[in-house]
Design a binder for this molecule. Structure first.
Ligand SMILES: [Zn+2]
Length: 67
């Protein structure tokens, strides 16, 4: 189901479901959070206020402008 290229980075944010570290991932035009343990995806915007360094670095590589 999620067969993206390795446009993915581990973050320090816990999954709301299983508390495992979420990954930030991107598809063609959107970035989202996903959990490799329970395979759920979450809208990135819910996690923006809590963004850690890994997420900020990832997003800098995705967007020209900061969100
Ligand atoms: Zn999970």
């Amino acid at each position: 189901m999620f067969t993206f290229a390795p446009r993915d980075a581990e973050t320090s944010l816990p999954c709301p479901h299983c508390q495992r570290p979420l990954h930030i991932a991107r598809s063609c035009h959107e970035v989202f959070m996903r959990c490799p343990s329970c395979e759920k995806c979450f809208p990135l915007k819910e996690f923006i206020p809590k963004a850690d360094a890994a997420m900020e670095k990832f997003m800098e590589n995705v967007y020209c402008d900061r969100v």
